[in-house]
Design a protein around this ligand. Structure first.
Ligand code: KG4
Ligand code: ZN
Length: 357
């Protein structure tokens, strides 16, 4: 089957076509992304109204490009998937409404995909993973561990109690005078810095459970930066290295707790998948690889392009849902807040137990 996927929940306008075979294997037929980073740069973060307008302007052309690159037209596809939440409501509405229009006009099933489900299932496309596996999703909006037990069957093992990790990187960058998005800028500066320069806290480390907290770290960074101002280029690099060392320690510690929780409930050879934009960070990947191997887990990290927001992950999650008959009516609402576990429109327990289907 072939599914068109549309992603507009944040600052990327993206569309893609994927094919999924009956044995559960998949192929990317096209993958088109327009990043709005330039539009938001001056504001140091994503401005929802600017994002929604940019999606309106770009989306028809992005969908047409994805169809053309795959050499397909609407009669060739088997379903239309779009992010229905969580995310910025204006953008989600643009993508979901466009998907509904295509589904109606072409008489194809609609798949209203949870954005987090897209991140969580990508590793089945890239690495052919069977259920269950553990996912660490670290992006601009989310930091959580999910036990992925089947399509529509997700159990949250830990989450952030304040900021998301990507958000913490973005805020750290902003207060150190680095550009948005902050993650890549902080990582690049950290390479030239001394991670022992600033003593920073590691909130929640060695507490039980796998929850995160980054707001105390951010405040400590701000106070230290204010005390040392004005910062030279070398000091900015040192602050970045110290911040990155702190979050790396936190992530490794929380991952160890999450793996222990996950391992107690499963007997298959365990896999830890890291997804979301922050998964591009090499220091964090290296720490996760070491912690995973110490706990007998294999670390799977999909290519960075498929870790950050994209249309492929939505098309693929749509294909996985379509294979189970989990289609949605044209009346399905956009949901700015939509936790992945517990409330997935009654699909919990629907099929797919233990292996790909
Ligand atoms: O998944 P994503 O593209 O968008 C969503 O938030 O859903 O993630 C974007 C986030 C931003 O906060 C960005 O600063 C962060 O991922 N990020 C990084 C790196 N590359 C992107 N954080 C740390 N290190 C990086 N290399
Ligand atoms: Zn995302």
């Amino acid at each position: 089957m072939i599914v068109l996927g549309i992603e507009t929940s944040c600052d990327e306008t993206a569309a893609a076509l994927v094919a999924r075979d009956a044995d559960g294997s998949g192929r990317i037929l096209s993958d088109v992304i327009l990043s709005q980073v330039e539009d938001h740069n001056a504001f140091g973060g994503v401005v929802p109204e600017i994002a929604a307008r940019a999606h309106v302007e770009a989306l028809d052309g992005i969908v047409a490009a994805a169809m053309a690159k795959a050499g397909k037209s609407f009669p060739d596809i088997d379903g239309v998937a779009a992010t229905a939440g969580p995310g910025l409501i204006g953008g989600v509405l643009v993508g979901l409404t466009t998907a509904k229009a295509i589904a109606l006009a072409a008489a194809k099933p609609l798949l209203a995909v949870n954005h987090l489900e897209g991140h969580a299932l990508t590793a089945r496309l890239t690495d052919d993973l069977a259920f269950p596996y553990l996912v660490l999703l670290v992006s601009g909006g989310h930091s959580q561990f999910l036990a992925v037990e089947g399509v529509g069957r997700y159990r949250r093992i830990g989450t952030t109690i304040d900021d998301a990790l990507g958000e913490a990187f973005d805020k750290a960058a902003k207060l150190l005078g680095l550009p948005y998005p902050g993650g890549p800028a902080v990582e690049a500066a950290a390479r030239r810095g001394d991670s022992a320069r600033v003593a920073l806290p590691r909130p929640l480390i060695d507490r039980p459970g796998a929850d995160f907290s980054f707001s105390g770290l951010k405040t400590a960074l701000r106070l230290a930066a204010e005390a040392a101002a004005p910062l030279s280029d070398q000091e900015v690099a040192d602050f970045c290295a110290s911040f990155q060392a702190a979050v790396t320690d936190i992530v490794a510690n929380r991952a160890a707790h999450a793996m222990a929780t996950f391992a107690t409930g499963h007997d298959t050879p365990p896999v830890l998948v890291v997804a979301g934009g922050v998964a591009a960070n090499e220091a964090i990947r290296a720490a996760l690889r070491a912690t995973a191997s110490a706990h007998g887990f294999r670390l799977v990290a999909p290519p960075a392009r498929l870790c950050s927001d994209n249309g492929v992950m939505i098309a693929w999650a749509g294909a996985e849902r379509l294979a189970l008959g989990l289609t949605d009516p044209l009346t399905v609402p956009a949901r700015p807040r939509w936790p992945l576990d517990g409330t997935a429109r009654g699909v919990l327990g629907a099929g797919a137990k233990g292996a790909r289907v």
